[in-house]
Each structure stands twice: as C-alpha cells, then as structure tokens.
Design a protein around this ligand. Structure first.
Ligand SMILES: [Zn+2]
Length: 444
C-alpha cells in the first residue's frame, strides 16, 4: 500500500526562519541526547523498540546497538572538532554543571569502549557483510576507538576482522548482493573509511587499501554491467540510495576519488569504462527525474513517484550527483541536484518522520550538502526547518498521527533510538548541521 502525495507529505507554509539556527539545533541535539541516555543503558545490545514488539538482540548499525556505538564516537568527534566560534552558540539546553561534562571528550570515549566491549562478546559467525548490517562495522568503529586510545594491538585485531571477508568476496563475487544496504558496496564503504583515515598514518597504523578498493570496484562493475548500470535486488532493478544503483554509484565515485591515480595506473581501460558507465547511468536517471518529478524506486515501477526518502527517490540521488559534479565537472549534475533540492523541499517533509533511511532528517542531508558547495543560505534554512520537525507542531502532529502501515505503533519509529530509523540518525544530522562531517553510511 502506498499513499498518494497528499496523504504522505506535509507542506510547509511557514516562512523561512530568521532566528539563530545553530543555537536552536544544538538545543534539539541536547534534548535528544538526554532522552537517549535516559532510555538506552550503556552497553545495551538490543534494538530498543517501540512497544508491541519484543525487544531483541540486534548489533547492526542500521537499527541496533551498532548505532549506539556510532553515536558515542560521533559526539566525541563533534566536541573534539567544534570550532571555538561555534561553541559560543552551542551551550543552550545545558545547565552550568552539565556544560563541562558535555564537552568532555573522555566521557564519550569511555561510553564507546563499554559499548564496544559489550557487543564484541556477542559476535557470532554471520552472513552479513555491509557497514549498515554486519558486525564488521562494529570492528571498524572499534579500530577508530583503539586508534584514539593508541592501543595498536587491539587496533590491528579490529582491522583484521574487517579485512577477513575480502578474500571470500573476491572468490565468490556472485554470491553476495550488489546494493549498499546488504551487499558488496556496503562492504567497500568500510575500506574507504579505513583508507581515508589511515592511509597517511605512520608505522603499524598505516593502511593503504587502494588495491583492495580497486579490486572491489571491479567486482561491483562486473556485477552491475557496462553502459547504463543495473543494481538487481531480488527481482527488481532498483534506482535508490539504500537498495539501488545510486548507492552503488556513490560508493564507486568515493572509491575513484580516493584512488584516482592508482586506478588510472592499474587499469586505464577499465577506469575509463567505469566512469563512462557512471556518467551514462546518471544521465539516464536525470532524464527520468526531469520527466517524472522524482526518481522512482525501480525500473519495473517507473511511474511510482511518491517516495521522497533516502532509500528510494531523489534524497539518495543528491549526494552522488554532487560527487559526480566534482569529479566530472559537469554542470548538469550540479543543476540537477539543485533542482532536486527544490522538489525535496516541497515533498520531503514526509509524515513517516524519524531517522535517516526514510525520515525527515535523512532528507535534510541533501540541503546541507548543496549548502556546503554553494553557500546559498536558503539551503541551510531548508535543512534547519527539516531538522526542527519536532519543534514545529504543524509538522510533528502529522508525524505523530500518521497511520503508516509498515509500523508497529502509530506515529513512532519501530526503533526510536537507532541510527537509520531513529534519534541517533537525527542527532548525527543535527551535528552535521552545526559542523558538517558526513552522512552516515553514505559519505566518509
Ligand atoms: Zn528506508
């Protein structure tokens, strides 16, 4: 069952805000974090779900305990890297005694370590391989944690766990899914993460994964084909960020960006073919967008245009189109992304509400990314309105009462404190609004 546009979207009628945006978003962040700490115990290994479901062990980044670890390390990064001129605006919502505690990075490091330790002993053999779904992602963040703590031995153990799946993928490339959420691109995302952080380090912290990255790209392009690339998931040819070709292209572009020289040197013919296929696919999707007003979920469902969320539709397209603009220097891609942002502003305030995967904060990322590139303040205000969705009664009442057939409880996320469906994702988007780093699972 899919609703019509009028049923699933909230249209904003308020004028663009003039108040201090950062201060208000920070206050929302603090409110969410307090709520999170009150509901999610340290070292929690369950998926903290809404009532009517049985809470169960879930270690994934997507909707489980991995997201709690992600949050602790993300806030650590936030307080460590917040420029002084921004700290001035980032105090509201905190009492005089809470303020120094909030800005004490050691606290988040301790929380992250306790969270990691609690999760590590639960790991069993699994079939999942991607950042958003597998235990490898917890090891990936474990590596970051031990790097900060200067613990080489545990750092190396964590990295070894992430790398351990590589040989199996290279030997059996057709055994795995092709999409970001469950498949090989979701695994490659972790290599890009490692390579970006550690390729320029020294000694045993130094890890150059460009050849692995290149090999995984070859596997992915081999699976998706040349010309207009296809991303099959079960019996559909999906287009979107989480399941479709847009997510795959985003990962290929990030790979090329990190290993450009290596790629050309290693195999010029393949590299040019890959870039050509990416470009052809983006041109094809842009044509569909201008014709239909959105990018539908799949090639089998070309006239279904009502989904405006990261996993399906243009919210998952803006990031790769901007990256492609940077790489190909093709103005059409930037113009396309900007055009999409206006459409998204109109239809992206979705009644599903919470989280990144199919929620309003996830849709705010496109605005932030275009703002970062163009510095057009209107985009920052769009993002602000989306991130303050809980503060706008007109919007939040719609979210709280939306009869979404896919949910256990009306108006509530199934996993209210998760990274991709709940408040951890909302908090990441708020931190990115204040001091941009990356869209979780989609940028490095
Ligand atoms: Zn989704």
């Amino acid at each position: 069952m899919q609703g019509t546009l009028r049923e699933t979207q909230i249209h904003l009628t308020n004028p663009l805000p003039e108040e201090n945006l950062i201060q208000n978003v920070f206050e929302s962040l603090v409110r969410e974090f307090k709520e999170f700490r009150a509901n999610v115990p340290i070292g929690c290994i369950t998926n903290k779900c809404s009532s009517k479901q049985k809470e169960q062990q879930d270690l994934s980044m997507f909707c489980g305990a991995g997201g709690y670890l992600y949050l602790y390390l993300r806030i650590y990064e936030f307080v460590q890297t917040l420029p002084e001129e921004l700290q001035f605006f980032c105090t509201s919502g905190l009492s005089d005694s809470e303020l120094p505690e909030f800005y004490n990075p050691q606290i988040y490091l301790d929380l992250a370590e306790q969270q990691f330790d609690a999760m590590k002993i639960q790991f069993k053999k699994e079939r999942n391989i991607s950042f958003l779904m597998s235990n490898s992602a917890t090891y990936l963040l474990g590596a970051d944690l031990y790097f900060i703590k200067k613990d080489k031995e545990n750092f190396s153990k964590c990295i070894a766990q992430v790398l351990s799946i590589f040989a199996n993928i290279m030997a059996n490339p057709h055994y795995f899914q092709q999409e970001l959420l469950y498949g090989i691109p979701g695994y490659l995302y972790m290599f890009l993460w490692i390579n970006k952080r550690y390729s320029k380090e020294e000694g045993s912290y130094q890890l150059d994964l460009r050849s692995h990255i290149f090999n995984l790209c070859k596997v992915i392009v081999g699976n998706c084909g040349q010309g207009i690339m296809k991303c099959k998931f079960y019996d559909q040819t999906y287009f979107g960020g989480a399941h479709g070709i847009l997510g795959v292209i985003q990962i290929l572009l990030l790979s090329y960006e990190q290993g450009k020289d290596y790629f050309h040197l290693k195999d010029e013919k393949f590299t040019l073919k890959m870039l050509e296929s990416i470009s052809l696919t983006l041109d094809y999707l842009l044509k569909i967008y201008y014709k239909e007003g959105n990018i539908p979920p799949s090639a089998e469902d070309l006239f279904s245009t009502e989904l405006y969320q990261f996993c399906h539709g243009i919210p998952g397209a803006i990031t790769p189109f901007l990256k492609a603009y940077e790489i190909f220097n093709k103005k059409d891609y930037l113009n396309g992304a900007i055009h999409m942002s206006e459409t998204l502003y109109k239809y992206g305030m979705i009644k599903k509400g919470y989280g990144i995967c199919h929620g309003i904060p996830g849709n705010s990322y496109g605005f932030m990314q275009i703002y970062n590139l163009t510095k057009n303040e209107k985009l920052q205000k769009y993002a602000y309105q989306f991130l303050q969705y809980k503060q706008n009664p007109h919007v939040f009442n719609e979210v709280k009462n939306f009869q979404f057939y896919d949910r256990f409880v009306v108006g509530m996320s199934d996993n209210p404190f998760s990274l991709m469906l709940g408040s951890v994702g909302d908090m990441c988007a708020m931190m990115d609004f204040i001091n941009y780093k990356r869209m979780p699972g989609y940028e490095i």
